[in-house]
Design a protein around this ligand. Structure first.
Ligand code: ZN
Ligand code: ZN
Ligand code: ZN
Length: 375
């Protein structure tokens, strides 16, 4: 996980994100938000501690009050360098002091707070001891759309991450597949993502032949053979924003059935993409893609949701799934990734990141969706 990250955001950008978050929390009936190191803190402040330790670091946001970052004294100099630091008050605490009591003093008594999903249990337990009578909700459950709508600068970074992943695909399709292990092709993919600017590679799935029928398969020691379908699914972070794309390639000439299933998934992906427009519910994207596969008689082999949100992480709300009525809004970014998985035989998945515009969807991945034949 090396590489530099370009941050085009100013303290004012972070200030407005923190304002919006505090307002959204109040609208949701919360007395404030408690944000631990992780994706929410990065998005709100630009601060990512180099190591997350047992020492408490916590952003306290409440409407009508200045944001405060509780931070260990020895990490305060780093925190002060964060791009959002000018929009924050730092409250440092030294070893031997009780950081939970210090945090409690910042909150106006007991109440109901949203806390980051990834906050350590020991910190939540410490807060519960210091603030009896206070209740806590998962931040993702109460404010699932906090980071979902991207602004113009974020969309540029999302587009650049998508283009870099596309470049990686254009290169990987040139390498020989037959006779090499999945893990070797996966390592090539990771190298390519870094070469095209990714600072973090989150996953490089290379699922050949029968392994392709298992959507959770990552890479293994299987040697790829002539005649295999190979599902490639890869992504990570570039300049702090995520990529995630899948293409399914075939080693040599495919059979008629392989071609038919690939075409079916391509049509389903296209149908999901065409369902994207402002105001449509997330579940409509899932339904549109699923209907194509179900009508062809393969419904039982499409065994996952159609998509997930993406931003400063590679998997986050909103989810394109039956039952999700959240309306799509311009600036949201998510995957459209239907698949068909034939147990013991092969799988096909095609995935693009799509963003919502006033007129419909815009793809952030645009390599060919026709089946690519590799060596
Ligand atoms: Zn084949
Ligand atoms: Zn993916
Ligand atoms: Zn995905």
């Amino acid at each position: 996980m090396t590489g530099s990250t370009r941050v085009p955001f100013t303290a004012d950008d972070y200030r407005s994100r923190m304002d919006r978050a505090a307002r959204a929390a109040a609208d949701a009936g919360l007395d404030g938000l408690l944000v631990a190191p992780g994706p929410d803190l990065v998005w709100l402040t630009g601060y990512a501690p180099t190591a997350v330790t047992e020492r408490l670091t916590l952003l306290v946001l409440a409407q009508g009050r200045a944001p405060v970052l509780v931070v260990p004294t020895l990490e305060a100099p780093d925190a002060a360098q964060a791009p959002g630091a000018p929009a924050l008050n730092l409250r440092d605490w030294t070893d031997g002091k009780d950081p939970y009591a210090a945090t409690a003093a910042l909150l106006s008594g007991a109440g109901r707070f949203g806390i980051s999903d990834n906050a350590w249990a020991m910190h939540l337990l410490g807060l519960q001891r210091s603030l009896p009578g206070t209740s806590y909700d998962s931040l993702t459950e109460v404010l699932p759309m906090l980071r979902a709508v991207k602004d113009a600068a974020e969309l540029e970074l999302m587009a650049a991450a998508g283009a870099a992943a596309d470049q990686a695909f254009e290169e990987i399709r040139k390498v020989p597949f037959a006779g090499r292990r999945e893990s070797e092709v996966g390592a090539d993919l990771a190298d390519l993502l870094r070469q095209f600017g990714h600072s973090q590679v989150d996953f490089t799935i290379v699922a050949s032949g029968p392994n392709g029928a298992n959507p959770h398969h990552e890479v293994g020691d299987r040697v790829i053979e002539f005649g295999d379908m190979v599902v490639l699914d890869f992504g990570g972070l570039r300049d702090g924003y995520g990529s995630d794309t899948s293409r399914t390639v075939h080693v040599g000439e495919p059979t008629e059935e392989e071609r038919r299933v690939h075409d079916l998934v391509r049509e389903a992906q296209e149908a999901g993409f065409r369902a994207v427009r402002p105001g449509a519910a997330c579940q409509e994207v899932d339904r549109a893609a699923r209907a194509v596969i179900a009508e062809a008689g393969y419904g039982e082999y499409f065994i996952h949701r159609t998509g997930h949100g993406i931003g400063v992480t590679t998997h986050e709300p909103p989810y394109m799934i039956e039952g999700e009525r959240q309306p799509l809004m311009p600036g949201m970014c998510f995957s459209v990734e239907p698949g068909v998985y034939l147990p013991g035989r092969f799988g096909v998945r095609i995935e693009d990141i799509v963003t919502v515009t006033e007129d419909g969807g815009r793809r952030l991945n645009d390599t060919t969706r026709e089946m690519v034949i590799v060596d």
